[in-house]
Design a protein around this ligand. Structure first.
Ligand SMILES: [Zn+2]
Length: 548
């Protein structure tokens, strides 16, 4: 006890001394901090004037015109990496075993840390081709893919911000690394878990992700998204003449259909936040041949890792049952994609939100509002036009009891490996159903350009905050370690042997690319993509009605 008391006494004296020392240092720290904040403010004000709206417009329009699906984002890759290489970034092509993936990295001559990574998805949606600025279904190339999720806009946000900040870092000798990367095949939730596994975020301090929305916003904590496993179930049977000797055939298609039916019985027992859906990828070739192969592709979505895993296990049992009933074999169960539910970082979200308030929503003009209202009318939803008010508050965690399921984004996997936020920027309108031609329509119009320009300004300001205020990065990691991952540890859904499904969408792109190529944007000849296509903005049904 005596020893303990004397140790305590010494500790108390040490504390006192430390306190006195700290008090003596306070005025100097404050002066230094004041100088830092003046410099930060000066650079932020300068950055706002330097983000280039023309560059934003060109990237948005260019990617829109490519209309590439997941794993086939090759034109997008060539265009962006050429641009970034010319700006001094070191490019890695085919990152993590995905040929259409890339990473662009630049280290400041003043030093490597902090490492800020900037990501955004780049893939499109099947059958979502539509002429931009036209407020009704009017495909550019009938049946072709299009940017019906708006993934043509996020890279513009990141690149425009990164180039401004890089220039300031060189001039001001600010240390740090900028890493740009694409969300490959986000619609299949396929790219980011492989990026994580390859080590893209190993030395990263922060991940700033960005995704199109109809407002400017950011959130911290549990996102309310569902986690997801996407898996393909392949059945193998025996072919036979479907009329001449059907008793000699065993139909793999029967098993695929029985699995779907079996799953419908399971659905009754799923918890409310569950989402699951499937398509038959291979249902045989022609009716007079008993299908010897068939496959069914499922998405299983639940709130977290254990519940999503359990759902997948149930799916596998039903697949085995279906194979037994059809007297065929379950040949393969292949994970095609996966992702955790996102959890976003509080200190970074709060800093980002401060910048959102500063930048504010774009000033929409009457053509933008007319475009939005015409499309809303076409879709039969409320004609509310565009979001004008800046989001009032930073988004907060969605409580477990309020999680009612919904979509997913494999940024979740990144968010469990490095402090991450997703910045939403207003390049689309409120109202469309998602994953639809209607979500593509404004994505190469002034609405998309203005929204991404506002997003780029926020992103540039946040990067400067992170580079010049090391405490934010330190706080971000404290939150990450002591709150977010205190009890929940990341386990990837993918096994070490799982490989990225690089064949995804190759057949669809092979079919449509020759036709889509005719409409690739040429910024040397045309100011905008709308100008190249000769589309009046907006083009509405009202305008096309014959005048009496
Ligand atoms: Zn998306």
């Amino acid at each position: 006890m005596a020893l303990l008391r004397s140790v305590r006494g010494a500790a108390r004296r040490h504390l006192l001394l430390a306190g006195l020392l700290a008090a003596a240092l306070i005025p100097r720290i404050t002066v230094a901090q004041a100088a830092d904040s003046v410099r930060l403010e000066r650079l932020k004000a300068e950055a706002l004037t330097k983000v280039d709206p023309k560059l934003v417009q060109e990237i948005v329009d260019q990617l829109f015109s490519y209309s590439e699906l997941g794993m086939q984002e090759f034109e997008t890759q060539k265009y962006i990496t050429t641009l970034l290489k010319a700006k001094g970034f070191t490019i890695t092509l085919g990152y993590a075993g995905m040929p259409s993936a890339w990473v662009a990295r630049w280290e400041s001559p003043a030093g490597k840390k902090p490492v800020i990574t900037l990501g955004s998805d780049v893939d499109g949606i099947p059958q979502a081709s539509n002429r931009p600025g036209v407020a009704f279904f009017d495909p550019q190339v009938a049946g072709a893919p299009g940017h019906g999720e708006g993934h043509n806009s996020g890279q513009a946000v990141n690149i425009a911000a990164a180039l401004v900040v890089k220039e300031l870092m060189i001039r001001e000798k600010i240390p740090g690394t900028i890493v740009l990367w694409p969300g490959i095949a986000e619609e299949q939730m396929t790219g980011k878990a492989f990026f994580v596994r390859e080590g893209l975020f190993k030395d990263a301090d922060v991940a700033l992700f960005t995704h199109v929305g109809s407002d400017l916003g950011v959130q911290w904590g549990e996102s309310g998204q569902n986690a997801l496993i996407s898996a393909l179930f392949r059945f193998k049977g025996t072919s036979a003449h479907a009329a001449g000797a059907p008793w000699r055939g065993r139909s793999a298609l029967d098993a695929a259909m029985l699995m779907g039916t079996g799953w419908e019985y399971q659905r009754e027992h799923n918890e409310l936040p569950t989402r699951s859906h499937y398509v038959i990828r291979d249902g045989g070739d022609q009716p007079n041949v008993v299908p010897s192969t068939a496959s069914i592709w499922f998405y299983f979505r639940e709130r977290d890792y254990p519940r999503t895993k359990a759902l997948f296990e149930r799916g596998k049992q039903i697949a085995q049952g279906a194979a037994l009933m059809a007297n065929v074999s379950l040949d393969t169960v292949m994970i095609i994609g996966s992702g955790w539910s996102g959890h976003f970082n509080k200190p970074i979200a709060e800093v980002t939100f401060g910048n959102i308030k500063r930048v504010g929503m774009p000033a929409w003009d009457s053509a933008d509002v007319a475009m939005a209202k015409a499309l809303q009318k076409e879709l039969g939803v409320r004609e509310i036009g565009l979001t004008t008010a800046t989001t009032m508050n930073v988004g907060t965690p969605v409580p477990e009891s309020q999680r009612m399921g919904g979509g997913s984004d494999d940024i979740g996997d990144v968010s469990w490996n490095v402090p991450t936020v997703t910045l939403r920027f207003p390049s689309n309108i409120p109202g469309p159903p998602g994953h639809n031609w209607a979500n593509a329509i404004v994505m190469a119009t002034p609405i998309a350009h203005k929204g991404a320009y506002a997003g780029a300004k926020v992103q540039a300001l946040t990067m400067l905050d992170l580079l010049l205020t090391p405490q934010i990065v330190a706080d971000a990691w404290t939150y990450f370690r002591e709150v977010q991952t205190k009890e929940t540890k990341y386990i990837p859904f993918i096994a070490p042997t799982d490989q990225p499904p690089i064949w995804l969408n190759a057949d669809i792109m092979a079919r449509y690319k020759p036709e889509l190529q005719k409409y690739y944007y040429d910024p040397k000849k045309y100011k905008t993509y709308l100008e190249q296509l000769g589309i009046a903005y907006p083009t509405t049904r009202e305008m096309l009605k014959p005048k009496m």
